[in-house]
Ligand binder design. Structure first.
Ligand SMILES: Cc1cc2nc3c(=O)[nH]c(=O)nc-3n(C[C@H](O)[C@H](O)[C@H](O)COP(=O)(O)O)c2cc1C
Length: 376
């Protein structure tokens, strides 16, 4: 029985037709320079046609020059980007899904000569220097997120999601590991929360009433000195009070993803569900759980046990865009499973600056996507 998975849910003024969302997944499919390509449109049309209620477009740059991650990161930082991203929103909505887009500044991970950061600290020994953000930088980045949100609304998206996870800029401020500031934006948990909360307020104001702003939430950095659940529950409550429409819960950062213990954990079905369950206890707004939600039985269990209100699929839907349909028909066994033994090849490809394809696809699909990628 799939009693809960296929029931509607309100997220602010929106009604999701079911509890299945696609969490953002950067694939390197944008054209060079971050424009919307034919491949990107085809990919999102397919994801939206899967039957998921909400598709959140991958991490998109609010400042491509100083806060982008690669030349194929989608841009939303200029007014002229509205034309391209309007096509993306329209493609998703034409397939019957709600369209969201994730806004991101990569901070310390930027592909820039002197990346912005809360603190100039080289936590992983990469011998990199960072520009410690001053008041003007904080204002500038806040304004860039706000205008990107206004562009998303103008382009026809139904919501935006702030990327507060995976160790990017907002998470860098929240973390005691990467934020060692001595001013009002560092030190106590309240001070480290200040930048994400002020930014959320500015984004909500710029986007205007009736436009939900969700948050990709890093519940645990999975680093010995990093942000952990005992503190992040307070951040979750503060984001709720500041008007976040939902929390899409994840764990880990680019620094912890590569640790052997975390790599092993991430092979388990539902590996981030305990984090979502802990966050769900702290807030009343909808919570999304993600992480190898391989089949309908697991998805239904997550909802029935009250661990989350929605499930988020990334690689799982990428491997099999028929997941929602098969689950609805009780055909868990027919799902083309994301293969834990492939060594996270989609992730490895994007880390090398290449487009991601799935080892589980039929060869002709990979061939077609490759040719589309070379001719954006
Ligand atoms: C190649 C790749 C790219 C990703 N890109 C993003 C992203 O842009 N933003 C984000 O919040 N999460 C991103 N994620 C994390 C996914 O949204 C998701 O939380 C995670 O992969 C677990 O779900 P899954 O097991 O269904 O893939 C990415 C994951 C992968 C594998």
């Amino acid at each position: 029985m799939r009693e809960r998975l296929f029931t509607p849910l309100a997220v602010g003024p929106l009604v999701l037709k079911n509890r299945i969302t696609m969490t953002p997944m950067y694939l390197g499919y944008a054209g060079p320079g971050g424009c919307v390509s034919g491949l990107l449109l085809d990919h999102y049309r397919l994801m939206a046609g899967s039957g998921a209620a909400l598709v959140v477009v991958e991490s998109s740059a609010v400042d491509f020059e100083r806060g982008g991650g690669s030349q194929r990161m989608l841009r939303i930082d200029r007014d002229r980007d509205v034309e391209g991203i309007s096509k993306l929103a329209a493609a998703i909505k034409s397939e019957g899904a709600l369209a969201g887009i994730q806004l991101n500044h990569t901070g310390r991970f930027a592909d820039a000569p002197l990346p912005l950061a809360p603190t100039d600290i080289d936590t992983v020994g990469l011998n990199r220097k960072f520009k410690e953000m001053d008041g003007a930088d904080i204002e500038d980045v806040t304004a860039r997120f706000a205008s990107a949100a206004a562009r998303a609304r103008a382009a026809g998206f139904d919501l935006v999601e702030l990327h507060g996870a995976s160790g990017y800029l907002l998470a860098q401020f929240a973390s005691p590991w990467t934020n060692r500031r001595a001013d009002g934006y560092g030190g106590s948990p309240e001070n480290r929360r200040r930048f994400p909360l002020e930014l959320l307020r500015a984004v909500r104001r710029a986007a205007g009433p009736g436009f939900p702003v969700g948050y990709r939430f890093m519940a645990d950095e999975w680093m010995p000195e990093g942000l952990g659940l005992s503190e992040s529950a307070g951040l979750a409550r503060a984001l709720e009070e500041e008007g976040a429409a939902y929390l899409s819960v994840s764990g880990g950062t680019w620094e912890s993803f590569i640790l052997p213990e975390i790599l092993a954990r991430s092979l388990e079905p539902g590996f981030m569900v305990p984090l979502a369950a802990a966050v769900k206890k702290a807030v009343k707004i909808p919570v999304i759980a993600a992480g190898r939600i391989e089949n309908g039985t697991l998805a239904e269990k997550i909802l029935s046990e009250g661990s989350a209100d929605m499930v988020g699929l990334a690689r799982v839907l990428f491997a099999d865009p028929e997941w929602p349909r098969k689950v609805r028909e009780g055909r868990d066994r027919d799902i083309n499973r994301c293969d834990p033994a492939c060594g996270d090849s989609c992730m490895m490809m994007v880390m090398k600056g290449k487009p991601a394809f799935c080892t589980r696809w039929p060869p002709e699909k990979t061939k077609l996507y490759k040719s589309l990628w070379h001719n954006p």
